[in-house]
Design a protein around this ligand. Structure first.
Ligand code: FDA
Length: 394
């Protein structure tokens, strides 16, 4: 029996943030668009994002908040579709929002509103969907991309890879984007888990016993630093500060934590003069959670009264508290990562349109591409901006 044929202007693989933005943009320009997703509903990651409220953008979006082998690549798309553009869309759909902290914008209600908004706009653009359909067989011949789904052969001159990265496979995330990219001659920068908790080895068992303790810190790795909360977990270190720095960390490297970033130099000597009979542990407990103060004092191994300690010893303790080294044994991996760093190499793509340079009609957008944002709404902004760039071009 002959296969049924369907013709489109564009086939978009992946009904996530970037794919839906590309689809609604192209659809509203009059393009006939098919979106294919193996999940049976769109935007699974949007739905679980931001604790169910979707941190949909960050008003401080700037290219230096994104990691990529080419730090300039994201500039063009980010400047042509800004957080204000997305906010206009959110407001046009009557979705109430608020700024939580550090420029992070969240829905007042639910992330479901963002998915409904994107789907409404897709509908206005006449976009068609094939859910529950793994895009396993994709080929290209005579200027047409061919995607076979069940008994139907879909053809289009444009194909958009928007299947994201492999972070959180249990909700349908896959590395399919990289397979497809390689099939069509694009290179892939080694994907790795990012915005991910660290694990600590046996040597750091004392800290693992602090599970549940949170504390504001400055964390540093190489030249990068973040000032946010750290959280001790039963496996290691998490919290926004650790998730942020994890994107910059490579295996074997140490990270350094300043547990008391607001203290002035010499504060321990001042404490000794003010209360010479106090113990280090109780001085630390004035500014830190008690369990952490205990653990740090135990590691610093300076028992007795402050007054009995030399200034040199106190200075060394102060320096250690400001640059406490941890060498993570690893991370909790793709199972717990919020995003994937690395991905389809930007060298093969146009930064204006996200089109492959060597194969007309092929595009890649969103997390599938080697552009990774900080925590706090930056990854969705990249998905919207890159999706919009491709949606305008197809
Ligand atoms: P996305 O993963 O959204 O979409 C890819 C789509 O492709 C999925 O629908 C998937 O089912 C489909 N797919 C995959 N393989 C396929 C195949 N072989 N065939 C067919 N379909 C396939 N970011 C942010 O800015 N603010 C936030 O609040 C959060 N919060 C957050 C929480 C959690 C728990 C996670 C895991 C992630 C976040 N993020 C985030 C990151 C954000 O969710 C992410 O960067 C974007 O969803 C990426 O959008 P994409 O469209 O590129 O991929």
């Amino acid at each position: 029996m002959a296969q049924q044929q369907q013709h489109w202007d564009a086939i978009i693989l992946g009904a996530g943030a970037a794919g839906l933005m590309a689809a609604l943009t192209a659809g509203q320009r009059g393009r006939r668009v098919l979106v294919v997703d193996h999940n049976d509903e769109p935007g699974r990651k949007i739905l679980i994002s931001g604790g169910g409220r979707c941190n949909f953008t960050n008003i401080h979006t700037a290219p230096d908040r994104f990691l990529s082998a080419n730090p300039h690549f994201a500039k063009s798309a980010l400047s042509r579709y800004t957080p204000q553009d997305f906010l206009q869309l959110v407001e046009a759909h009557g979705i109430a929002w608020h700024e939580k902290t550090l420029g992070q914008l969240f829905c007042d209600g639910s992330a479901k509103q963002i998915v409904a908004m994107l789907m409404d706009d897709c509908e206005r653009g006449g976009v068609q969907f094939a859910f529950g359909a793994a895009a396993a067989e994709v080929s290209h011949a005579d200027g047409q991309f061919v995607v076979r789904l069940g008994g139907v052969t879909h053809r289009a001159p444009s194909l958009v890879i928007a299947t994201g990265g492999p972070a959180i496979p249990k909700i349908g995330a896959t590395a399919f984007a990289y397979e497809l990219a390689r099939q069509f001659g694009l290179k892939v920068v080694q994907p790795r888990p990012a915005l991910v908790p660290f694990t600590l080895g046996e040597g750091e068992a004392l800290f693992r016993s602090l599970s549940g303790v949170a504390v504001p810190v400055v964390v540093r790795c190489g030249k990068t630093q973040f000032r946010e909360a750290a959280l001790f977990t039963h496996k290691g270190l998490s919290g926004p500060a650790m998730l942020q720095i994890s994107s910059y960390w490579t295996h074997g490297e140490a990270i350094h934590v300043d547990f008391l970033p607001d203290m002035d130099r010499g504060w321990l000597m001042d404490a000794k003069r003010a209360a010479p009979r106090a113990a280090l542990r109780s001085v630390l407990a004035r500014s830190l959670p008690e369990r952490l103060a205990d653990a740090l004092a135990e590691r610093l191994a300076l028992p007795g009264e402050l007054g009995a300690m030399s200034d040199a010893k106190l200075r060394a303790a102060e320096e250690r508290l400001a640059r406490w080294p941890f060498t993570p044994s690893g991370t909790e991996g793709f199972a717990k990562a919020e995003v994937t760093a690395g991905g389809i190499a930007t060298a093969g793509l146009s930064s204006q349109t996200m089109a492959a340079r060597h194969l007309p009609g092929l595009y890649a957008v969103g997390e599938a591409v080697d552009v990774t944002g900080w925590l706090g709404g930056y990854n969705f902004q990249w998905a919207w901006a890159s999706g919009h760039a491709a949606g305008t071009a197809i």
